[in-house]
Design a protein around this ligand. Structure first.
Ligand code: CUA
Length: 334
């Protein structure tokens, strides 16, 4: 498991603690959270109140006025009370109308992103999130990817999936939206405080669903611009092997390939280079530069015996330099 995933797990530890004993939801950190939390707590506490109001007297009456001897008979029964009937019709109507209005206004607020929202693209794929910053020309991806956004700026995510249905969820922001292969969906948020917040996939999408996590890091606008600068220059001047090691988690290779020889969904990178591998169709290949490149771009072509052809293609998602970097990294894992 890569460093990035360890970071996510650290954040998870600080995520759940909730703001005090009366709070049921994780700490709220976006401008639209009140649209969820308000109706939720209103519903929760009024229901708890009504439950006690109905069940309490009922239990009391059952005990206090229970039948004490077999010959005991009820003296009179009440079969109609106009005032009560009007009350229990009108009061719930008012209650539900309040809830509906509150929920609907909140829904509209959360549904429609402000027109000045910054747009990011999100791609879901088994089993990682990729977030593209079209204006900046950068992207982050991989399990445990750190998605950096500025505070106080509306951010709209336009999302699609490369394979199955995923769902993008930031609990602290109360936003969750399915990410579909067939069409674009979107959500928006505006962070109200700096910090790191977990991003989950909340639609079961296969073996590694529970590891399909990332981190949303909210920083000041200045820090955001610094980060963009760094990202733009990050891969220049870095040794191929070191870049390969970064890409290993960034591109999500770590989901299926270990680097310590332990078996996962795919062959471990450790000691792979220079090995002869038997393929599912009976052929034998030498793991060299050509084989690695082919396996990145056309993974289904030469599948190693004993494994399923589950790897997605990285055609168009890795540069020539990145392929070289991954090759050098694999080569270094003796
Ligand atoms: Cu993607 Cu669950």
């Amino acid at each position: 498991m890569g460093m990035a995933m360890e970071n996510v797990k650290d954040i998870l530890k600080t995520w759940l603690p909730i703001d005090g004993a009366w709070s049921w939801l994780p700490h709220a950190s976006s401008v639209t959270t009140a649209a969820v939390d308000g109706p939720f707590y209103f519903l929760l506490w009024t229901c708890i109140g009504l439950f006690l109001l109905v069940i309490g007297p009922m239990v009391f009456f059952v005990i206090r006025y229970r039948r004490k001897s077999p010959s005991q008979k009820a003296l009179s029964q009440m079969d109609h009370n106009q005032a009560m009937e009007v009350a229990w019709t009108v009061l719930p109507f008012i209650y539900l109308a309040i809830l509906f209005y509150w929920g609907f206004v909140g829904f509209l607020h959360m549904y429609k992103a402000p027109s000045d929202a910054k747009q990011l693209r999100v791609i879901g794929q088994k089993w990682q999130w990729t977030v593209e910053y079209p204006e900046e020309g950068i992207s982050v991806s991989g399990q445990g990817a750190v998605v950096v956004v500025p505070i106080g700026k509306p951010i709209q995510l336009k999302m699609s999936s490369q394979d199955v249905i995923h769902s993008f969820f930031i609990p602290n922001f109360r936003v969750k939206q399915d990410v579909l292969p067939g069409r674009y969906t979107s959500l928006w948020f505006e962070a109200t405080e700096e910090g790191e917040f977990p991003i989950f996939c909340t639609e079961y999408c296969g073996d590694q669903h529970s590891n399909m996590m990332a981190i949303l890091k909210v920083v000041s606008m200045e820090q955001f611009l610094d980060w963009v600068d760094k990202m733009k220059n990050a891969d220049q001047g870095i040794a191929l092997k070191d870049l390969g090691e970064k890409l290993y988690t960034k591109k999500g290779c770590n989901a299926c390939h270990s680097v310590d020889g332990s078996p996962k969904l795919a062959p471990s990178f450790k000691g792979m280079y220079g090995k002869k591998e038997k393929l599912t169709d009976g052929r034998t290949v030498l793991v060299d530069d050509d084989y690695i490149k082919k396996s990145i771009l056309d993974p289904a072509a030469d599948v190693v015996m004993g494994y399923q052809p589950v790897m997605p293609t990285f055609q168009g998602q890795v540069s020539e330099r990145e392929i070289l970097a991954l090759t050098e990294y694999i080569k270094s894992l003796k």
